[in-house]
Design a binder for this molecule. Structure first.
Ligand code: F6R
Ligand code: MG
Ligand code: MG
Length: 367
């Protein structure tokens, strides 16, 4: 409450055009209308609706704080309305897929949609970057966020800006146990890496600046399969990062995407593939339902208003990264259904492969 502003990025796959390819323009239209109404009613200050492949992304600013039932309710109602008014009548693919619960119960966490939220004291100038990815999972941000906030080879400011000299604290969630741990860098960099290398289990949830506990980044950590106990699509993740003036510069925040890395979640949520940075116009998955893609949108938050977006990966500088990602895609696809193209068994245990293995179980014999 008060003067603080909360930035909420809530997303769900509620059906898409041509399989799991892209959000339909009518879905965006209906979502915008709903949020425009909420803006006029004074519930939210501002909003921006966009898509990451087949995921509908609702970026909202308001003064209700994190986990507000009103804001989460608005997001839930928007996803429901889009499903009823567009996805179902047009028979879009997997209509309402991520709405796991029958009825809203106060907070969309654990009900299907992915959430990244931060309540902040708006600075004199407040540049933020929001990232949204498709065909991957929250652990995809681990490498990115480590590089941005803990790697001087990526972020020159860690060396050159005294406000960052004390480093950052990372909150990591063990998504299997539902527990958190806070680790501080640079002192505990190796301990942090020891955890976050296992992307399917340990996921960075938020990051603070050590000098003054300023909240610097938040990411979604939902894992639908752990909620539903079966494969229900990947938890295409979102993330919000504050930039500049004693935090990593926008260019440092984008830098990790210049050298794409492999992430989990491609095709049937069961494959590894490169994370390809794209502009909004290319925010749709095709080849082998991918490759996994990420959009990066820059905004200035001004008294809670969202000035922007700047479509940051649209820039030609990222053509090179796209070519690299496609080369990586070509190489890993040579492996077909053989690891490391396909994920390890602990990740596949929520998929149909379990039934096949069950069927074969009794046919094993000792020679
Ligand atoms: C969806 C995804 C896709 C689907 C695949 C099969 O986010 O990653 O690769 O898993 O297209 O989808 P179904 O089983 O719905 O035919
Ligand atoms: Mg889908
Ligand atoms: Mg998706």
């Amino acid at each position: 409450m008060g003067d603080k502003v909360t930035i909420s990025l809530i997303k769900a796959d509620v059906g898409s055009l041509a399989g799991h390819h892209v959000v339909h323009p009518k879905q965006i239209e209906v979502a915008k209308k709903k949020l425009q109404k909420a803006k006029e009613d004074g519930l939210i200050i501002d909003y921006y609706v966009f898509n990451a492949g087949d995921d509908l992304e609702l970026l909202m600013t308001h003064r209700k704080g994190e986990s507000s039932p009103e804001i989460h309710g608005l997001a839930w109602d928007t996803f429901k309305e889009v499903t009823e008014k567009v996805s179902k009548p047009l028979k879009l693919y997997a209509a309402g897929q991520d709405l796991l619960a029958e009825a809203f119960s106060g907070n969309v966490r654990g009900m299907g949609p992915g959430v990244a939220e931060m309540e902040i004291e708006e600075r004199g100038s407040e540049p933020i970057v929001v990232f949204a990815a498709d065909k991957t999972e929250p652990g995809a941000w681990n490498l990115i966020l480590y590089k941005i906030f803990a790697d001087p080879w990526n972020t020159a400011g860690l060396v050159l800006d005294p406000r960052m000299a004390e480093g950052f604290t990372f909150r990591v969630m063990d998504v299997q146990e539902g527990k958190y741990i806070d680790l501080t860098t640079p002192a505990e960099s190796y301990e942090l890496l020891a955890l976050i290398g296992t992307v399917g289990r340990y996921v960075i949830e938020r990051i603070w600046r050590n000098t003054d506990k300023l909240l610097a980044a938040v990411a979604s950590v939902t894992r639908l399969s752990l909620i539903a106990g079966r494969y229900v699509g990947k938890d295409d993740p979102v993330c919000i990062v504050r930039c500049q003036h004693g935090l990593p510069a926008v260019g440092e925040v984008l830098a990790p995407f210049f050298t794409p890395h492999f992430v989990a979640g491609w095709m049937r949520g069961s494959h590894n593939g490169p994370l390809m940075p794209v502009g909004l116009k290319d925010s749709r998955c095709s080849f082998f339902d991918g490759p996994p893609r990420v959009v990066g949108l820059g905004f200035q938050v001004a008294d809670g208003k969202l000035v922007g977006p700047a479509d940051l990966f649209e820039d030609v500088a990222f053509d090179h990264a796209r070519r690299t990602a496609l080369q990586m895609a070509e190489l890993i696809r040579r492996n077909g259904p053989i690891s490391p193209a396909i994920l390890g068994m602990e990740e596949l245990e929520y998929t149909g492969i379990v039934k096949t293995l069950e069927k074969l179980k009794d046919r094993f014999f000792k020679a």
